[in-house]
Design a protein around this ligand. Structure first.
Ligand code: SF4
Length: 214
C-alpha cells in the first residue's frame, strides 16, 4: 500500500477534540448514511497521493499540535493507510489520537486488536438523522465515545450533553479562497452558514467537512 486518498489535512482544528489538533479527513465512504452532510467525501479514489507525502506532511504539522483527529469519509475504508498514518503520528508526536468512524466498535475491533495502541479514543456509529442530537462530539445520539488508552482520557470529558460551545465550527479557506468548515454543527446550521458565507463573498463553500459523522 503506497497511496492514500485524502479529502483534507489541516491544522489547527479546534472543534474535533481537545486542544489545537491536526485534522485528517480520509476520502471515500462506503457507509453513506442518509442525511450525511459530507457527501463530497464519499467517492473513493479522489485526492490520492503517495503515502510518504502524507507522512511528511504529518511530520511538519505535528510540531505544536495537541493531537491528531482522523475522520472522513470513512477512515476504516482505507485500513492500511489509517494504520500507517497513526503509527507515523506515534513516531513524531507524543500527543493523543482520536478517530471518528461510522462503523460500530465491533466492526473495527479486529483492526484495533491488530494495531494495538494506535487509537487513543474512538467515536463510533453511523449518522442517524431520525435520532436526536444532544451529545457532545456527536451528530446523533446513537454514536458512542470509547476511550481506549490512558492518553485518550481527555476525550472522556466530551461524554456528556452538548452545550453551545460544542457546536462551534472552524472556518478555514483553501488555496482558491473557498471557505470550508470543520466541526459538528447543530441540525440545520449548515444551510444557514452556507448562506452567510455566500453573502460574505465566499460563493463556493467547497466542503462541509464536518468530520464527525454528524
Ligand atoms: S456521516 Fe460519516 S459514515 Fe455516514 S455517510 Fe457521512 S461520512 Fe460516511
Amino acid at each position: 500500500m503506497t497511496e492514500v486518498s485524502i479529502s483534507r489535512l489541516h491544522f489547527p482544528v479546534t472543534t474535533l477534540g481537545p486542544g489545537r489538533r491536526v485534522g485528517l479527513w480520509l476520502q471515500g465512504c462506503s457507509i453513506r448514511c442518509p442525511g450525511c452532510i459530507s457527501v463530497d467525501t464519499w467517492e473513493p479514489g479522489i485526492g490520492t497521493v503517495p503515502l510518504a507525502e502524507l507522512l511528511e506532511r504529518l511530520t511538519v504539522l505535528a510540531d505544536g499540535a495537541d493531537g491528531l483527529t482522523v475522520s472522513g469519509g470513512e477512515p476504516f475504508d482505507q485500513p492500511e493507510a489509517l494504520a500507517a498514518a497513526l503509527a507515523h503520528w506515534r513516531s513524531v508526536s507524543g500527543t493523543p489520537t482520536l478517530v471518528f468512524t461510522g462503523r460500530e466498535h465491533g466492526d473495527v475491533a479486529g483492526w484495533l486488536s491488530g494495531n494495538p495502541g494506535l487509537v487513543d479514543a474512538l467515536v463510533t456509529g453511523p449518522f442517524r438523522s431520525e435520532l436526536p442530537q444532544t451529545l457532545a462530539l456527536r451528530g446523533s445520539d446513537n454514536q458512542l465515545i470509547h476511550v481506549l488508552t490512558p492518553e485518550g482520557a481527555t476525550v472522556r470529558s466530551y461524554d456528556r450533553p452538548a452545550v453551545a460551545a460544542d457546536r462551534r465550527l472552524d472556518v478555514a479557506f483553501d488555496e482558491h479562497g473557498h471557505a470550508w468548515l470543520a466541526g459538528i454543527p447543530a441540525r440545520g446550521e449548515m444551510a444557514r452558514l452556507r448562506r452567510a458565507l455566500a453573502s460574505a463573498g465566499h460563493v463556493s463553500v467547497t466542503s462541509d467537512m464536518v468530520g464527525a459523522h454528524p
